[in-house]
Design a binder for this molecule. Structure first.
Ligand code: G6P
Ligand code: MG
Length: 216
């Protein structure tokens, strides 16, 4: 049976995927090449430095470590600027209601995010109190599709992988869930998230009842 829900943050609970995209796009343009929304799909769920490496490969640019760190920091400063102005209005539709429903029905809740900015976002949007465990980019060594972030979350909640459902908007996250031995629900399009056990357009389409049906 399902005992815990593990949530990705960016693009699942909050509308920050657009800010990541805007910041990466700005960086690409400064470097002299275009960066499309389709390119951006490859960066979702991927750590900051790995994202930069993908972006640079799209632009056909190779740089040494120090220059790459500087670019990642430049992108992050723009991103931090954008998320510092966030509030509850940027919680995605259905997210708050579903988190509340999980709490009311004794389903444990963990965050499983690659972001080092997760705490800022959770605090600015008022989401922090909904979590029993928070695993973010400051606590993990390996990035999705490595299962570490979800494995750590389940361990902190004291549940086994079969008892977990992962909610993800990124292909890398769906793969991480599978590698952790967990079922997953993709938030987004069937086209990119086809490997999930179920794909829904948003958490508005999720409820405790629907979660219970999965248990059957
Ligand atoms: C999430 C996002 C990625 C982002 C990563 C690291 O997984 O989906 O787009 O690159 O977190 O975020 P950070 O805030 O640490 O740069
Ligand atoms: Mg995401």
């Amino acid at each position: 049976s399902v005992k815990a829900c593990l949530f990705d943050l960016d693009g699942v609970l909050v509308d920050t995927a657009k800010y990541h995209y805007l910041a990466w796009k700005r960086l690409a343009e400064e470097l002299g090449f275009a960066f499309t929304e389709q390119d951006n799909e490859r960066l979702k769920g991927v750590s900051r430095m790995a994202s930069l490496d993908i972006l640079l490969s799209i632009g056909g640019i190779s740089l040494e470590e120090a220059a790459r760190l500087e670019l990642a920091e430049r992108k992050n400063n723009w991103y931090v600027d954008m998320i510092s102005k966030m509030d509850r209005s940027e919680i995605l539709p259905g997210a708050l209601e579903f988190l509340q429903e999980c709490r009311n029905n004794g389903i444990k809740v963990a965050l499983g995010s690659a972001s080092k900015n997760a705490m800022t976002i959770l605090n600015n949007t008022g989401l922090t109190p909904y979590f029993d465990a928070i695993i973010d980019g400051t606590k993990t060594a390996a990035a999705k599709p490595d299962p570490e972030v979800f494995t750590l979350g389940a361990a902190e909640l004291g549940v086994s992988p079969e008892e977990c459902i992962v909610f993800e908007d990124a292909e890398a996250g769906i793969e991480a869930a599978a590698r952790a031995g967990m079922r997953s629900i993709g938030i987004g399009s069937e086209e990119t998230l086809g490997k999930a056990n179920l794909v829904i357009p948003s958490l508005e389409h999720m409820s405790y009842r629907r979660l219970s049906e999965l248990q059957a």
